[in-house]
Ligand binder design. Structure first.
Ligand code: NAD
Length: 529
């Protein structure tokens, strides 16, 4: 199934490889641990790289004329009456294009001449008939020594084989750090989902799973949501995967992150944000306690000085804000793909979510939020706050951004938000980091709970799920803190068997925990011949 590509956009021939970059950090930690060469080779390259295409008919659309085209048509359409479309039969997409159902013309007041129609005031749109479109799809299965491959499905227009290889390997480290019996995988489609209607996305997801089915399954490889996908996407994957099976109830664990009404887990939607919160709470607890052996109770942690800036107001960012702000923290600035806002007096996350998710907000952006001022990206990086939470895409904290940030702490909600150079600058400036492989592990940990519930035909309460997540995140984060500080302890976290002979920086400590857990499997189980 291994497929080699020479497409420069896959990052393999351009000389710039995110995967190679991230694996050089793997090699450094492996050196630190004196990891056996055979184990390194098992972990160095993904087990499988799957790359394929799907083709679908995309619905009829109305595309607004460009300025040049409008000048060309001149006054020929001045007398064309404006059309009024039945709201149930069309969707205005993020790129300004109108996607519509064929029945629209039978149910709306329309006037069309020479394929042009006048909409929303005096704007001319060209009717573009249904056409086939091809999408590039990926699934990387990095490693399954600890259990079935596990990782999200991303729908985004800037994805590549190289990126997915990096993200899949991070899942191998993350599942080991979360200490769940799963491996690492990642995949997705090169698409901007905001430019497709809901029913087009359903067909795209179903087609994707139709092609992926031979390679995934509850005991093989278990997809979950990531950027651009959600519980609804998982529902469509689930239906496509189980359709026609004689015992579909036994396959419920084929995807996680499903809606709770179709066997999703309570608490899964908020899990990544909640896990991130538990790490931040633990970080503050250590800061505010007299010593690592005399920690104050979580209830006594103070959030009074915790102002924070946030990039990304999707699943991870918005859920973190909704948990953190009621504890007393203050959200002062938010940046997303289409806008950046600032309010030094604090932004109410629930109110901001209502703005982002309003039906008229087609870009689902913080842009235009009336209770904050618009600022530039450059101003955003320079906002003075206690903490910055990247919860959008990877690679945003480069050398330049790292030198601008005016914060004490970075809690990595996104995967791989720091570049190597960015991290070097952060370290030089004494800015601390909660690394992604523990900070955003909450999602995969609760995905594991969902998988267990599905396999056993059970349904646990949110209280139980959150309590188990709290314990999983905090105990493993504390082991990482102990490794970083060279502080071997037998109880309560038992970090004794993982600490090294010298203190290391926090990301190396997290990686060291992952690699030691993975290494145990190769050492104790041996290699197959
Ligand atoms: P999402 O699609 O729900 O939201 C993504 C957010 O990022 C949106 O607000 C979007 O506007 C913003 N964004 C996208 N491109 C941007 C850009 N160039 N600049 C600024 N903002 C940009 O995605 P999500 O599920 O919240 O995931 C966010 C990050 O967290 C990703 O890196 C993902 O891999 C990681 N993550 C997610 C989960 C999960 O359970 N959802 C788990 C672990 C890690």
């Amino acid at each position: 199934m291994s497929i080699v590509t020479s497409d420069p956009s896959e990052g393999q021939v351009s000389g710039q490889s995110m995967y190679r970059d991230s694996m050089s950090f793997f090699e450094e930690t492996a050196d630190l641990l004196k990891l056996d060469e055979r184990v390194r080779q098992e972990l160095r390259e993904p087990h499988h790289e799957l790359l394929f295409h799907i083709t679908l008919d995309i619905k009829d659309r109305m595309v607004r004329l460009t300025e040049g085209e409008t000048i060309q048509v001149g006054d020929r359409f001045d007398d064309l009456p404006e059309s009024h479309l039945n709201p149930e039969d069309y969707a205005l997409l993020a790129n300004g294009v109108v996607s519509y159902r064929p029945r629209l013309f039978a149910r709306s007041q329309t006037s069309v001449r020479d394929g042009l129609i006048k909409l929303f005031g005096n704007n001319l749109y060209r009717i573009q008939l249904r056409k086939p479109e091809q999408f590039k799809c990926y699934r990387i299965q990095h490693n399954n020594i600890r259990g079935p491959y596990k990782g999200g499905i991303r729908y985004h227009h800037e994805v590549s084989l190289d990126l997915f290889k990096m993200l899949a390997s991070e899942m191998t480290w993350k599942t080991a750090i979360g200490n769940v019996p799963l491996g690492g995988g990642k995949g997705g489609i090169r698409i901007d989902p905001r430019n497709y209607s809901t029913d087009e996305l359903e067909r795209i997801s179903s087609r994707f799973m139709y092609k992926l089915k031979p390679f995934v399954g509850p005991n093989t490889d278990i997809p979950a949501p990531d950027v651009g996908t959600n519980a609804s996407t998982m529902g469509h994957f689930y239906r496509q995967y189980t359709d026609g099976e004689s015992q579909p109830h036994k396959l419920r664990g084929c995807v996680t992150g499903k809606d709770v009404r179709i066997w999703g887990s309570e608490g899964r939607e908020q899990a990544t944000g909640r896990g991130l919160f538990f790490c931040i709470e633990e970080w503050l607890r250590h800061q505010q306690s007299p010593s690592a052996d005399k920690l104050i109770a979580p209830d006594n942690v103070s959030y009074q000085d915790v102002s924070f800036t946030l990039q990304g107001y999707g699943n991870v960012g918005s859920n973190l804000a909704k948990i953190l702000v009621p504890h007393g923290a203050k959200l002062v600035a938010v940046d997303d793909r289409d806008g950046t806002i600032y309010n030094p007096n604090g932004i109410d996350p629930e109110d901001l979510s209502r703005h982002v998710n309003a039906p008229a907000n087609v870009k689902k952006s913080v842009e235009g939020y009336p209770k904050a001022q618009k600022i530039s990206k450059d101003e955003f990086w320079r906002v003075n706050a206690f903490m910055f939470v990247p919860a959008g895409l990877g690679g945003v904290i480069n050398e330049d951004v790292a030198s601008k940030l005016q914060v004490k702490l970075i809690a990595e909600g996104a995967n791989g938000p720091c570049t190597r150079e960015g991290e070097r600058v952060l370290r030089e400036r004494g800015i601390e980091i909660i690394p992604d492989i523990i900070a955003n592990a909450g999602g995969v940990i609760v995905s594991y709970y969902e998988w267990v519930q599905n396999n056993n035909q059970e349904h646990w309460s949110e209280e139980i799920v959150n309590a188990m997540l709290c314990d999983a995140i905090k105990s493993n984060y504390n082991i990482i803190l102990d490794i970083a500080a060279k502080r071997p302890r037998v109880t309560p976290q038992n970090s004794k068997m993982y600490t090294l002979d010298k203190p290391v920086h926090i990301r190396a400590a997290a990686m060291a925990l992952a690699l030691q857990r993975l290494n145990s499997h190769y050492v104790l189980e041996g290699f197959s011949h």
